[in-house]
Design a protein around this ligand. Structure first.
Ligand SMILES: CC(C)(COP(=O)(O)OP(=O)(O)OC[C@H]1O[C@@H](n2cnc3c(N)ncnc32)[C@H](O)[C@@H]1OP(=O)(O)O)[C@@H](O)C(=O)NCCC(=O)NCCS
Length: 202
C-alpha cells in the first residue's frame, strides 16, 4: 500500500478524505438499504443524520491511528467500504465495522482489499489485535474474515439496545502473538463487550 492507496485486481482502495462526507453518506446508506440485517445501525437513523455528522465521521476516518475509513473504487465508482475504530475498553485493539461490498462487485476481491488495507493500517498504528462483530448467520462475511485469520472467540451475544435484537459473534485476529501472550490483560480487553463507536462507524 502506498501513502495514498493500493491497487489490486482493478480495485483501488484508499483512505477516506476529510472532504468525502457526501461519499461516505452515500456508501453507508447504500449498505444499509442493501443489507440491513448485517448492521447495528438502521437506514432510518442514518438517513436522518445531519450533514455535520458525516463531516465529523469523514474527518475522523481520514487521519490518525484511532479511526480509519477505507473506500474501494473501481472504474471511478465506490464499490465498497469499511471503517475501523478504537474500542474504549481496549485501546490497543482496533475494531472493524461497516464492511460492505456492492452486490455487483462481490466475489471479486474487493472485501479482501478492504480488509488488507485495514489490517495494514492497524499494524502501522501499533495495534496488538483487530476484532469485529458479525451476525452468526452471515456466512459470506464469516468465511471472508476467516480467510484473513480472524477466529470466532465467543458465542452469539445480544446487543440489548438494538431495536431488532440482533445477535453478533465476536471474531479476533491477534496481530502480535508474542506481545499478546506476554500481556496478561490482553485476553480480557480483547473479549470486552462491544460498545458503539463514538464516530458512529458501525
Ligand atoms: C460480507 C461481504 C463484504 C463479503 O464480500 P464478498 O465480495 O462477497 O466476499 P467473497 O467473495 O470473498 O465471499 C466471501 C465468502 O463467502 C462465500 N459466499 C459468497 N456468497 C455466499 C452465499 N450466498 N452463501 C454462502 N457462502 C457464500 C464465498 O465463496 C467466500 O467463501 P470462501 O472464502 O470460502 O471462498 C459482502 O458479502 C457484503 O457486503 N455483504 C453485506 C454486508 C455485510 O454482511 N457486511 C459484513 C458485516 S460484519
Amino acid at each position: 500500500m502506498t501513502r495514498s492507496g493500493a491497487r489490486a485486481g482493478g480495485v483501488w482502495v484508499r483512505r477516506i478524505r476529510a472532504d468525502d462526507a457526501g461519499v461516505l453518506r452515500e456508501v453507508r446508506l447504500a449498505a444499509l438499504a442493501d443489507a440491513p440485517e448485517a448492521f447495528w445501525r438502521t437506514y432510518d437513523d442514518e438517513v436522518a443524520r445531519p450533514a455535520a455528522d458525516w463531516e465529523v465521521r469523514a474527518r475522523l476516518g481520514a487521519s490518525g491511528d484511532a479511526d480509519a475509513t477505507f473506500l474501494a473504487e473501481r472504474d471511478g465508482l465506490v464499490v465498497g467500504s469499511v471503517s475501523a475504530h478504537t474500542p474504549s475498553a481496549a485501546r490497543d485493539l482496533r475494531e472493524l465495522a461497516a464492511m460492505w461490498v456492492a452486490p455487483a462487485a462481490r466475489g471479486s476481491g474487493v472485501s479482501d482489499a478492504l480488509v488488507t488495507a485495514s489490517l495494514d493500517w492497524a499494524r502501522s498504528a501499533g495495534a496488538a489485535g483487530v476484532r469485529l462483530w458479525v451476525v452468526p448467520t452471515n456466512v459470506p462475511a464469516r468465511r471472508m474474515y476467516g480467510r484473513h485469520g480472524f477466529v470466532t472467540v465467543g458465542g452469539p451475544e445480544p446487543v440489548t439496545d438494538d431495536p431488532v435484537v440482533k445477535v453478533y459473534v465476536p471474531m479476533l485476529l491477534t496481530l502480535d502473538e508474542t506481545a499478546a501472550a506476554a500481556d496478561v490483560g490482553y485476553g480480557e480487553r480483547a473479549f470486552s463487550p462491544w460498545s458503539p463507536p463514538t464516530s458512529g462507524s458501525d
